[in-house]
Ligand binder design. Structure first.
Ligand SMILES: Cc1cc2nc3c(=O)[nH]c(=O)nc-3n(C[C@H](O)[C@H](O)[C@H](O)COP(=O)(O)O)c2cc1C
Length: 560
């Protein structure tokens, strides 16, 4: 379009129209005689300033092209998760926990009735649907207070009687002080264990005196020298504290296996630095692997050393299954050294984290059930299943979740995000920003004030108690007296539209002592056994058995 000889770009006009209207309003409004002129002039002035800022900034093209209006895009984008969660999300849509799962935890934590009227909302004919078979002769309801398991093998001097549901590892650092206080006070009320996470034992873990599982990751927080190496003396002092019931060496975590961890500098307070024994001036990094051991045999020796330093407390490790032959390597190391862990906690790829690269969360590590099954089978194959306990974590929030993992081989369940929901988490997924809206995963004291410790401790207690009570009800209906009697035959899965199978038919189970026999019948297990070594996590001949595709001299350019 040509106006008085000047080419006018219509698109430009429309993009700047709102900004121009605000400028015109700013210069004309003061001269129009009506009551609202001054407030409206101020508003126009503010909008003009926003528009000018949009025009000069260089980071956002949309704001440069659409001054003032472009901000609406960023505003809507920033509240998209909340709008989706409150208005658009379906009841069974997992994000990662569905509204139905969260509602169940909230109800149990508040001691409200979690019963549902009118029947199930689940399509029981969809493949993957699971249920527990009930018995024609239900048993009497067991007291869920008695749902405990003794952890501590023959080399342990102070076995621990663990609840079947405990608080999974979450550090002081990723969680704020009030969250830690509430979790630990809840654990004390309900006599269950609270895993410290890799950030060591803070003063807030100590206030209520709830049982602690002290987790030791590659950063050795709370027992490290300045260079990050393990300090045996510091470990001994803390581990012998009576509140510490077990020691857990973290090898990996399902949400980011093999990645190590990072606590960003902006979340490190003076207290966190003192608790961990780190500097406040840089990001706190946990390396991907431990410096105290590099082979399965060395891991066993480290376990024996920690058990000794702790005065004989149960020592185990937490991991997410990656290469199966590595666990077989540990099995061989147990046979070779005679040293065994007291427990193994299996974390699933579906597990949570404060922060992780998306490829790691989405595509790294084995899901929980495969991990538990493999560990259980390996221990059965070694004839060690009665000496080494197996814990499990990964989206276990309901009694059914717990029953199904116990049925395929776990001895107890841990929950991280379940207990986060119990203390008010709304799944805003802002754990890494320090701006958690419910004060759970933030170090900001003002935001943390929102979390009232006494109230939330009671909810932690309620959630634990009501969930185990629901488990007792499930078991009674199935004719089972104690969770330890749950077997794969009790669980059923729909595999096609027309077919259902017992877990005992779907999954492969090794015979007792099978790995010690001349011939291992399970083909996959035999192969993994042959690939493993007690001397190396890589297994024997790991690099030499590959066809050579690139020589050192070729450099990266030669890979094809
Ligand atoms: C905020 C947050 C912090 C975590 N920190 C740790 C940690 O320090 N050490 C660890 O082993 N796992 C950590 N985890 C993983 C949990 O302990 C657990 O293994 C995983 O989330 C699976 O359990 P869930 O599905 O019940 O959350 C963390 C998880 C969350 C959500």
């Amino acid at each position: 379009m040509i106006l008085y000889g000047c080419p006018i770009n219509l698109s430009l006009l429309s993009r700047y129209a709102f900004f121009c209207a605000c400028v015109i309003a700013l210069v004309t409004l003061p001269f129009v005689p009506f009551a609202w002129r001054w407030p409206l002039t101020v508003l126009a002035g503010v909008l003009v300033l926003v528009g000018l800022n949009d025009l000069v900034q260089r980071r956002h093209a949309v704001r440069r092209n659409y001054p003032i209006l472009g901000n609406i895009r960023y505003l809507v984008e920033s509240i998209r998760p909340e709008i989706r969660q409150y208005l658009l999300e379906g009841d069974s849509e997992p994000l990662p926990f569905s509204r139905a799962q969260r509602a169940l935890v909230y109800a149990r934590a508040k001691n409200q009735d979690a019963a549902k009227p009118f029947g199930t909302l689940i399509d029981v004919y969809q493949s993957g649907y699971e249920f527990i078979g009930h018995s024609m002769r239900p048993t009497a309801l067991a007291d869920s207070e008695g749902f405990r398991v003794k952890v501590g093998g023959p080399q342990c001097l102070q076995p621990y009687s663990a609840s079947l549901l405990n608080i999974s590892a979450m550090s002081f650092g990723s969680l704020g002080a009030n969250a830690i206080r509430a979790l630990n006070a809840g654990a004390k009320l309900g006599r269950f264990a609270h895993d410290t996470g890799e950030g060591s034992i803070s003063p807030y873990h100590r206030e209520a005196g709830g049982d602690l599982i002290w987790e030791l990751a590659s950063g050795y927080f709370g027992c490290r020298n300045n260079d990050g190496s393990f300090n045996a003396q510091l470990f001994r002092e803390q581990a012998r504290n009576p509140q510490v019931k077990m020691i857990e060496i973290k090898l990996s975590q399902g949400a980011k296996p093999g990645h190590g961890g990072i606590l960003p500098r902006h979340k490190i307070t003076a207290e966190i630095a003192a608790t961990r024994g780190i500097s406040m001036d840089e990001d706190c990094v946990s390396p991907a692997c431990h410096s105290t051991f590099s082979t399965p045999i060395e891991l066993m020796q480290f376990i024996a050393r920690l058990r000794d330093l702790s005065g004989g407390k149960p020592v185990g490790f937490k991991f997410c299954l990656g290469h199966p032959w590595e666990l077989m390597g540990i099995a061989k190391a147990i046979l070779e050294t005679g040293i065994m862990p007291d427990f193994i906690v299996v974390d699933g790829a579906e597990g949570g984290t404060g922060a992780a690269p998306v490829e790691f969360s989405d595509h790294m590590g084995a899901p929980l059930r495969q991990g538990v099954l493999f560990v259980h089978n390996t221990l059965v194959g070694l004839n060690l299943r009665d000496k080494i306990r197996v814990g499990a974590s990964g989206k276990l929030v309901s009694a059914f979740d717990i029953a199904s993992i116990l049925a395929i081989g776990a001895d107890w369940a841990n929950s991280a995000r379940g207990f986060m929901f119990a203390i008010g988490c709304i799944q805003a997924r802002a754990c890494h920003t320090n701006r958690c809206p419910t004060g759970v995963t933030t170090q900001d004291p003002l935001r943390q004030r929102a979390l009232v410790v006494k109230d939330k401790a009671q909810r932690v207690y309620n959630f634990h108690r009501n969930t185990l009570h629901a488990l007792a009800e499930l078991l009674a209906a199935a004719g089972i007296e104690h969770p330890a009697q749950l077997r794969p035959k009790h669980l059923v899965r729909r595999v096609t539209n027309t077919e259902i199978r017992l877990f005992s038919q779907i999954h492969y189970f090794l015979k007792p002592g099978e790995l010690l026999a001349e011939r291992i019948e399970g083909e996959f297990y035999a192969r993994m056994w042959n690939m493993s070594s007690a001397e190396s996590f890589d297994g024997p001949g790991s690099t030499t058995d590959l066809p050579k595709r690139v020589s050192a001299a070729d450099g990266l350019g030669a890979i094809n």
